[in-house]
Structures are given as C-alpha cells and as structure tokens.
Write a new protein. Sequence first.
Length: 160
Amino acid sequence: MSSSTAQRQSEADALWNTTPPRRRSTDLPATSPAKTVEPSSSTAGTVAFPDFGPQSSSINAATARLAGRINASNVSEHEIKALLEERQKLVAKMFETPLDRVERARLQYLRWNLDRIEDAKHGWYLDKLEAAISTYEDFAEKLGKFNQKLENSTPRRRKK
C-alpha cells in the first residue's frame, strides 16, 4: 500500500470517527429481517442483504462519499494538469465563440471531475469542521434552553 493510499485510509478512518456517536442498540428502532434475493440461473444460492432500517440511506450516502473520495485521491498530478489545461482551453473558447452541445457537456464534466478531486483533498477537513459546528450549535441551543429554564424558575425581585 503506497503512503498516499495509507494516508487517505487514515483520513477515511478519521472521518468515521468524527461522526456523532452511534445510538445504543436499545435506542434503535426494530428493523425487519434481512431481505433475500432468489438466485438466478447464474448464481448458486440465496443472497441475504441486511436491512438497516431508516439509517440505511445515511449509511449508503456516507459510504458512497468515502468511496468517491478514495477513488478521486488516486488521480495523478499529470492527470490533474491535463484536466486543468483542457478546462482552460474550453473556457477561453467559450469567451470567443459559443460552445456546441458536446463542448458544453465536456466542460461540465471537467468541472465536476475537478471538484471531485478537490473534495478528495479537502473534504475530510470540511466534514470535521461541519461536525464541530454542528456540535457547537447543539450546545448553544441546549445552553439557551437551560438559561430560559433558569430565568423562568428564578423568582423576580421587585424594585423598591
């Protein structure tokens, strides 16, 4: 495993560790049993897929984001430079003459791909920052509620 891959893996592990703590199993809603898929003619047996209940979509989104970041982090500097040059040529052409449909689609693809690579480089840190902000906002909200309870429960003194 290369050092950059090992670094990305450690960043991926850190991403999972910055998520809010998992609920205890007693807090989780009851889930239905595993779904089964009947075998087709090319498969040998039945495959059971676990049903994670309501948490399934967030698990899938986090896993897809993580997989995308790992894939995008493996792009070489040479490929990034080639993408940047091609994008620059298309942007320059766009200001000279209108782009045709294929060129507009290619420019959109290049922008998306470069954004994906940028997210692979800096997205881990932005996720950590987002988690810290969320924690701070939750704390501020709880502190506000606590202050309101204190004010409501403290008797007011009358001015003389």
